[in-house]
Design a protein around this ligand. Structure first.
Ligand code: SAM
Length: 183
């Protein structure tokens, strides 16, 4: 499977990044997006070069395609996405359970924008989202919620992603680390 799978485009929009405290979590959101089948990451508001550079380094080593954008207006991005025919999935503990809606979202061929927050998410996103989806009703983490949602969306097929470019590949092994240089 190519990143984006049957939907062509699956992007993750990260809201409310605070450079002084969220660098690691936001980088993990982007890495989870890439590893579990999305083909782009969008950082709302600020342009944190540390995050952008870390993700681009991973793409250069391990392959893509995977795009990274930053300094974008989240509201404008969501409106643009919907005007372009895509659908918006907002992950929040207040939404409807992932088990009930992931099959419906997966059945629609429309491109998907998955939105995750940091602290409080503005009402706008709850209202504009086609789907407000919860991964359980307990507060936890945007990283966990995103991983689980993408796994359900791609029905586990993300493990067959064929990354192009990059120069490293892990060979599965029972013990130790086997890393191969491509080509
Ligand atoms: N009260 C917030 C909320 O609306 O979910 C929790 C903030 S949490 C620190 C940051 C982000 O993690 C949220 O904006 C949401 O995207 C995600 N998140 C946390 N718990 C979740 C859950 N149970 N289901 C879905 N997403 C969740």
């Amino acid at each position: 499977m190519k990143p984006g799978g049957p939907y062509g485009d699956v992007y993750v929009l990260r809201l409310g990044h605070r450079p002084e405290r969220d660098k690691r979590v936001t980088t993990h959101v982007a890495l989870v997006a890439r590893a579990f089948g999305a083909n782009g990451f969008v950082l709302e508001g600020v342009c944190d070069e540390g995050v952008v550079e870390s993700v681009r380094r991973v793409v250069a080593r391990w392959g893509g395609p995977f795009t990274v954008e930053c300094g974008i207006s989240g509201r404008r991005y969501v409106r643009m996405w919907r005007e372009g025919g895509g659908e918006v999935v907002h992950l929040t503990m207040y939404g409807v359970n992932v088990d009930d809606v992931a099959p419906l979202i997966a059945a629609s061929p429309r491109r998907k924008l998955v939105v995750v927050g940091a602290e409080k998410v503005e009402r706008f996103y709850y209202e504009e989202a086609d789907w407000n989806v919860s991964v359980g009703t307990q507060p936890h983490s945007e990283v966990a919620a995103l991983a689980l949602f993408l796994d359900r969306l791609f029905r586990g097929e993300w493990r067959f992603i064929d990354y192009s470019g990059g120069f490293l590949r892990v060979m599965e092994s029972q013990r130790g680390k086997r890393v191969e240089r491509k080509g």
